[in-house]
Ligand binder design. Structure first.
Ligand code: NAG
Length: 219
């Protein structure tokens, strides 16, 4: 009896671990009703009889984002905010544009695995596992790379031409945390004493970094 209970407990634990992305839906669809003031995990469904094809549609992903910023990159994300029909479906898509030498700094998507397909150019990409092992690859046109959920990763266009990628993300709302901005651009700022110790820097360097990443100075 005790053994059977233990087995059940282990099975329950194992199956709950498999639920690593958005919860699965209990109906065909649940088009987000952004006007509702009921707060749930995701969005309240609008009346399914009122749903139409526009709720599941977007256009313009053929157009490059403007890379004229400090990073030399641009992410055009289509998540549940842009496509209300994505609500409860655990998926979204993004177009990534990189000017020559453009990059996305180390960042994580707290709620999604990312599956990137490079359509044009070359990209140096990688992620760091929780034991600090680095996995990197130089991608060429047509190559695909996976960034597992929650892990810190980056993309860098080392080539002399633009790079364009399309990423699928396993959440309707993947979220993004840029490591430099979260650490040095937190609002209000994290204690410079602590950051100096944590990064083995002098406080002046930390203050300088905090000025670079303070609000309104991050792009
Ligand atoms: C990304 O591109 C869009 C469309 O050109 C532009 O509106 C937006 O400001 C750009 N974002 C950044 C961070 O440069």
């Amino acid at each position: 009896m005790a053994a059977r209970f233990l087995l059940l407990a282990i099975l329950a634990l194992a199956s709950s671990h498999a639920l690593a992305s958005d919860p699965s839906q209990l109906q065909d669809f649940c088009v987000a009703d952004p006007g509702s003031n009921v707060f749930v995990n995701g969005f309240v469904c609008k009346d399914p009889k009122m749903a139409n094809a526009e709720d599941f549609f977007s256009s313009g992903l053929d157009k490059p984002g403007n890379t004229g910023n400090k990073l030399g990159s641009n992410v055009t994300l289509l998540d549940v905010t842009q496509i209300p029909g994505l609500n409860t479906l655990g998926i979204s898509v993004a177009r990534l544009d990189f000017a020559p030498y453009g990059f996305l700094p180390p960042h994580t998507h707290p709620r999604a695995t990312e599956l990137l397909t490079l359509l044009e150019g070359t990209l140096y990409v990688g992620f760091v596992a929780s034991n600090n092992q680095l996995f990197t690859k130089v991608l060429n046109k047509g190559d695909v790379f996976v960034f597992p959920q929650g892990l810190i990763h980056f993309q860098f266009n080392k080539g002399k031409t633009n790079a364009v990628a399309i990423s699928g993300l396993s959440s309707q709302n993947p979220g993004v945390i840029l490591v430099p901005n979260a650490v040095f651009g937190a609002n209000p700022p994290i204690s410079d004493d602590l950051l100096a110790k944590a990064f083995q820097l002098d406080k002046k360097t930390v203050d300088w970094l905090q000025a670079q990443f303070s609000m309104g100075n991050s792009n």
